[in-house]
Design a binder for this molecule. Structure first.
Ligand code: NAD
Length: 275
């Protein structure tokens, strides 16, 4: 079974670099999917209040018999629960659904600039990490401007920023900002949702050269950049494929070719306008 290395977050907490994402997995299928992911060697699960499947994640954890401290669980605050007290109450509700007394990472899912409450929300997050209901706190879909505002108005640097990131949308400026400020980069839709990206001829050629799949090459690209990823699949053979990337070594030429895949186009919403 593949051993996944950890990344050390800015408060010392360790997170497995590859996890399992459960967006768009129905509640009734989630426990089986997460159990299969544990069997494949995953020990990090990325869910969210919005995904409506925290109970399934919790059932898989309880059913696995794995020690709690061997599993890393992330959940995310729903967009309609912003606010200092509300963020903590929403986490308690997540913990109830998950059947856990703490999560490993709690994220603000989207900044929702139109609500203008993410600074206040972050103060609630500082409270939940102080009282142990989350081992680390972070954000998702924040731009440099949102991160700078948190830095100016609060005392805690997010442990991570979880953003759309894949070779077709590599976000170099935001990644550089993260590196400069000790924020780990988490890449969502890491394999471009399994779409067009994986069929790009240039990528397919690199995959053939290494005797690997296009998805594995893209996931290895993330790992070499230092990104934390959690590809989603409900198929056990793909779960195993997506975690088995640590023996691949991409050359400078491969990386230069992958840099050509940047289209500058997002698959998902623009955080400045979403919500
Ligand atoms: P992804 O890039 O992980 O793609 C998943 C899809 O790719 C699958 O549904 C499947 O169709 C296909 N696939 C999986 N493995 C494959 C393989 N080996 N070969 C070919 N196709 C394969 O996209 P995603 O699910 O959007 O993102 C992953 C995770 O990121 C989510 O489950 C969620 O946890 C997180 N996420 C977070 C946000 C956010 O706003 N923070 C947004 C979207 C996703």
């Amino acid at each position: 079974m593949t051993q996944v290395p950890n990344v050390r977050l800015n408060n010392g907490v360790q997170i497995p670099q590859i996890g399992f994402g459960v967006f768009q997995i129905e509640q009734r299928m989630t426990a089986d999917a997460v159990r299969a992911a544990f069997d494949a060697g995953y020990r990090h699960v990325d869910t969210a209040q919005m995904y409506g499947n925290e109970e399934g994640v919790g059932a898989a954890i309880v059913g696995s018999g794995l020690p709690r401290d061997e599993i890393f669980v992330t959940t995310k605050l729903n967009n309609d629960r912003h606010g200092r007290d509300e963020a903590a109450i929403a986490l308690d509700e997540s913990l109830e659904r998950l059947g856990l007394d703490h999560v490993d990472l709690y994220l603000i899912h989207w900044p929702i600039p139109a609500q203008d409450r993410y600074v206040e929300t972050w103060k609630g997050f500082e409270k939940v990490v102080a009282d142990g209901r989350a081992r680390a706190i972070g954000v998702s879909n924040f731009t440099v401007a949102h991160l700078e505002r948190l830095a100016a108005e609060t005392g805690t640097v997010p442990a991570v920023n979880q953003i759309e990131l894949h070779p077709a949308f590599p976000q170099p400026e935001l990644r550089a900002y993260h590196d400069e400020h000790g924020i780990a980069t988490q890449a969502w839709s890491p394999i471009g949702q399994g779409g067009e990206l994986l069929r790009d001829e240039r990528l397919v050629r690199i995959a053939e050269k290494h005797g690997r799949s296009p998805a594995q090459i893209v996931l290895r690209w993330h790992v070499q950049l230092g990104n934390i990823v959690f590809p989603k699949s409900v198929r056990p053979e793909r779960m195993r494929e997506n975690i088995d990337v640590f023996a691949i070594v991409l050359t400078d030429d491969d990386l230069a070719t992958l840099a050509e895949l940047n289209t500058g186009r997002r698959l998902g919403p623009d955080p400045d306008h979403f919500g």
